[in-house]
Design a binder for this molecule. Structure first.
Ligand code: HEC
Length: 174
């Protein structure tokens, strides 16, 4: 009797075409999604090492750059360009000619000074001259930065000075 009931229940499970469609779709979708999930699981398990290695390799590739950047920034602050320094520091006097500073762009005022050459100008700018304080008051400037600022300013004013090589390149050559 109970066997009969089970058979009956089983037979009566799919009653309508709609149920048939649902069962048919499930019969197709379930195995397929199982296979997909399995494949993803296997791939992700197998890929863990690879993914780890890749991200480690990526870190290794990124790291030196970051270290160099930090080291460079830490050692002397980011090296500023001549233009940046002039705008931030020197133009306070040299843009307007305040305190008798040779004005940027004033070829007449710069002409005789340019004769001293970059080294001469660098020396007087480092020590200070007349109303100009040493390094224009920005004592944190490296010689290299100060030289670049002078080159920028002088070349805005009729000069044709060459930027000195970066100190690191010079040190590496020695
Ligand atoms: C506080 C004002 C002031 C600031 C800031 C200043 N200067 Fe000057 N600078 C002067 C004055 C004034 C002179 C003219 C000095 C003289 O000939 O008596 C001068 C002259 C110079 C000269 C010519 C030196 C020479 O031998 O004739 C150079 C080069 C120079 N400055 C570079 C700079 C640079 C680079 C900066 C920025 C880092 C700077 N100055 C910032 C006031 C200033």
């Amino acid at each position: 009797m109970s066997a009969n009931d089970t058979a009956h229940e089983h037979e009566s499970f799919i009653k309508t075409p709609k149920q048939l469609v649902v069962v048919g779709v499930l019969a197709f979708v379930l195995p397929v999604s199982l296979i997909i999930m399995l494949a993803q699981f296997v791939l992700s398990t197998a890929g863990t090492d690879q993914a780890g290695a890749t991200s480690e390799a990526t870190m290794a590739r990124i790291k030196p750059v970051a270290e160099i950047t930090v080291a460079a920034a830490g050692a002397e602050g980011a090296v500023r360009t001549g233009e940046e320094i002039v705008k931030a520091v020197c133009s306070a006097c040299h843009a307007t000619g305040a305190a008798g500073a040779p004005k940027i762009g004033d070829k007449g005022a710069w002409g005789p000074r340019l004769a001293a050459g970059l080294n001469g100008l660098l020396q007087s700018a480092t020590k200070g001259k007349g109303a100009m304080p040493p390094k224009g008051g920005a004592t944190d400037l490296s010689d290299y930065e100060l030289a670049r600022a002078i080159v920028y300013m002088a070349n805005q004013s009729g000069g044709s000075l060459k930027e000195p090589p970066a100190p690191k390149a010079a040190a590496a050559k020695k």
